[in-house]
Ligand binder design. Structure first.
Ligand code: C2E
Ligand code: MG
Ligand code: MG
Ligand code: MG
Length: 279
């Protein structure tokens, strides 16, 4: 059954009944041992410049290959880890994977960055910046290469104290990005106070944008606002050449999405990296 499910992961994704059958208590103890048993994987999805077409970095996306249940989507177990207090452990595991990977790339693929998704729960832990700083010191990595993505909705839950913590992360030298932008009801007065360098337009504004003039107007305004604030703007979830062309014409700086590449792991990732130098 597990094999069937992982072979058809997208069908399983929307199977709410299956999700409700997950017994949360056992999933919790599973999550605790998942790191130890190396059932978690860090997949990497490329980010490309819309002006040069070149890849300049990756986003880290967690995958859980459960021995019995098969593939479990982060959309399911990340919220579960947040509710049960295990998100911190997951975030630190991803950060260490990213840092070790960047360290290995230093000479072969200089300048390539990795962005790790950070939960709002992480931002409520006042020791979080110190923990990252300690990891960076341990591996002697240039903080510029590591980025953090924080969702707009998460920031706006408690903007005052979040800005304070983001300032501390910024002081370490990390670049910060606002993820899923456009879905989180940003207050413009807070937006200009956020110490971020990138704004990531949510996929819901990207899908079919080439066919939707009103969406184009909205996205153009978002891009101009981002540039006005001195931010670089990236669009997520680009699946077609037409969507990419629309975003490029609207002035978007970079892109991510299945059209360029799905998240990669193992051999396909190595092939992608090898092609960087021949671009
Ligand atoms: P996100 O950070 O907005 O990541 C983008 C999601 O869209 C990823 O799903 C990615 O695989 C998917 N995607 C990328 N390009 C396309 C495309 O062209 N079309 C479509 N339909 N989808 C695309 P994924 O990996 O399932 O992750 C879902 C969400 O789970 C992420 O949204 C993020 O919020 C969360 N997540 C993933 N990994 C982590 C993690 O390590 N830590 C935390 N805290 N959250 C994570
Ligand atoms: Mg993200
Ligand atoms: Mg996103
Ligand atoms: Mg998204």
């Amino acid at each position: 059954y597990a094999a069937k499910r992982s072979a058809n992961a997208s069908a399983w994704y929307t199977d709410a009944q299956e999700a409700s059958r997950l017994t949360h208590l056992s999933l919790l103890s599973d999550l605790r041992s998942a790191v130890r048993e190396s059932e978690l994987q860090m997949w990497l999805q490329p980010k490309l410049s819309l002006t040069t077409g070149k890849a300049y970095g990756f986003e880290a996306l967690v995958r859980w290959q459960h021995p019995v249940r098969g593939f479990i989507s982060p959309a399911e177990f990340v919220p579960f880890a947040e509710r049960t207090g295990y998100i911190g452990m997951l975030t630190m595991w991803m950060l260490e994977q990213a840092i070790v990977t960047l360290k290995n790339w230093q000479d072969k693929y200089p300048g390539q960055t990795i962005a790790v998704n950070v939960s709002t729960h992480d931002l409520r832990d006042t020791s979080f910046p110190d923990q990252i700083a300690a990891l960076l010191r341990q591996y002697d990595l240039n903080p510029k290469l590591l980025k953090l993505e924080i969702t707009e909705s998460g920031i706006m839950e408690d903007p005052g104290s979040t800005i304070e913590l983001l300032n501390r992360l910024r002081a370490i030298g990390l670049d910060l990005s606002i993820d899923d932008f456009g879905t989180g009801y940003s207050s413009l007065s807070y937006l200009q106070r956020l110490p971020v360098s990138e704004l990531k337009i949510d996929r819901s504004f990207v899908t079919d944008i080439d066919k939707l003039p009103a969406t184009q107007g909205l996205v153009k305004a978002i891009i101009e606002m981002g540039h006005g604030l001195g931010l670089s703007v990236i669009a997520e979830g680009i699946e077609t050449a037409a969507e990419r062309e629309s975003l490029r014409q609207l002035g978007c700086d970079s892109m991510q999405g299945y059209f360029a590449s799905k998240p990669l792991y193992g051999e396909p990732l190595q092939k992608w990296l090898a092609s960087l130098s021949t671009h």
